[in-house]
Design a binder for this molecule. Structure first.
Ligand code: NAP
Ligand code: ZN
Length: 353
């Protein structure tokens, strides 16, 4: 099937219309008509080849919700008409110790990314690379398709597939709950979900931001406190304060300053992936026995658990819905931190692309 999409053709030009062929449905495949796709800062890093490895044309998008349009004859969990979600992964080996432990994101052979991934299922198509959610349809093996509630606004559900699980997973891993003091750094897509989820788990949440204009929103999202990271007095006052800090900043920044805000045995969760390495003086860790915990999205089972938790607690992302032809403007605004708090593409707009 030929589908309309938007792609990057190199690391610097704006994204532009593109079309491609989806694969024939294999027995376990689910074909999804994409209704909404969130715009993650990882899309921008990838399109601009900031991490290396970009293969063009590149169709980004890994926060996908839609309606099942067809299924292969062995599919048991979905039927045409069902709502469905797809996150950052569409495949993994399924046999290694990490896949066995529902940690497909750490598959020993590497998971297949929803976009810019080497497609083992259809190596003959599209140069053998996967294409993501800035498109009308996607075909995915059913074991990587999530069930989505019909009780929530779908445009607000889409960002849960990456921003939601990426913040849910480390908060759960650390057992964040009532009595914990949690700082969230960077109020963008991931940051606003971290605030909502940490608050839902009962923690006392402080938003740590560079943008004074975001204070009122941070409080509405569930933060009890707001701190400006570029204000020396505030940073001094918060020394040794937090049990957990969730760092979602997309650009190089002062990690040692954040470590200083942790209490003894505190954990800095590093989620952002700035293109350049950052310096961590040993002293900022050894004084107070502090640790840094990396975390990458979450496994499929945990992603479903997160979606079910969000449905039960009526948690969705705060979004600004855009037609696809505004994607380049959205990227420019995201780079300035002008995002409230996730851009989401209305994929119906692709019909006119
Ligand atoms: P986003 O919506 O653009 O938000 C990032 C926020 O960081 C900005 O809104 C801004 O918040 C703050 N910020 C930006 N530049 C800064 C700077 N130079 N210094 C201090 N603060 C700055 O991005 P996102 O979609 O949430 O993604 C955030 C990062 O996480 C990206 O690097 C992305 O690739 C990565 N990511 C990782 C995973 C994972 O599995 N680990 C998953 C998805 C995304 P304020 O205005 O509040 O300061
Ligand atoms: Zn993402």
């Amino acid at each position: 099937m030929t589908v309309q999409a938007y792609a990057a053709f190199n690391a610097s030009d704006p994204l532009a219309p593109f079309h491609f062929e989806t694969r024939e449905l294999a027995p376990n495949d689910v074909q999804i008509e994409i209704l909404y796709c969130g715009v993650c800062h990882s899309d921008l890093h990838s399109v601009r080849n900031e991490w290396g490895g970009a293969h063009y044309p590149l169709v980004p998008g890994h926060e996908i919700v839609g309606r099942v349009s067809a299924v292969g004859d062995k599919v048991t969990t979905f039927k045409a008409g069902d709502l469905a979600g797809v996150g950052c992964m569409v495949d993994s080996c399924g046999a290694c110790h990490n896949c066995d432990a529902d940690l497909e994101q750490f598959c020993a052979h590497g998971f297949t990314g929803t976009y810019n991934g080497r497609d083992k299922r259809a190596p003959e198509l599209n140069d053998g690379y996967t294409f993501g959610g800035y498109a009308q349809q996607i075909v995915v093996d059913e074991s990587f398709v999530l069930r989505v509630s019909d009780q929530l606004p779908l445009e607000g559900v889409a960002p849960l597939l990456c921003a939601g699980i990426t913040t849910y997973s480390p908060l759960r891993h650390l057992g964040v709950s009532k009595g914990h003091k949690v700082g969230v750094v960077g109020l963008g897509g991931l940051g606003h979900m971290a605030v909502k989820l940490a608050a839902a788990f009962g923690a006392e949440v402080t938003m740590i931001s560079t943008s004074p204009s975001k204070e009122a929103d941070a409080r509405k999202l569930g933060a009890q406190h707001f701190a400006l990271s570029n204000d020396a007095d505030t940073m001094q006052r918060l020394q040794g304060h937090f049990d957990v800090i969730v760092d979602t900043v997309s650009a190089p920044h002062d990690m040692a300053a954040l470590l200083g805000l942790l209490a003894t045995d505190g954990t800095l969760v590093t989620l952002g992936v700035p293109p350049e390495p950052m310096q961590i003086p040993a002293g900022s860790l050894i004084f107070g026995r502090k640790r840094i915990l990396g975390s990458l999205i979450g496994g499929i089972r945990e992603t479903q658990e997160m979606l079910d938790f969000c449905a039960e607690h009526k948690i969705t992302a705060d979004v600004e819905v855009i037609p696809i032809d505004q994607i380049n403007t959205a990227y420019a605004r995201m780079l300035k931190g002008d995002v409230h708090y996730r851009f989401v593409i209305d994929n119906a707009s692709l019909a006119k692309a």
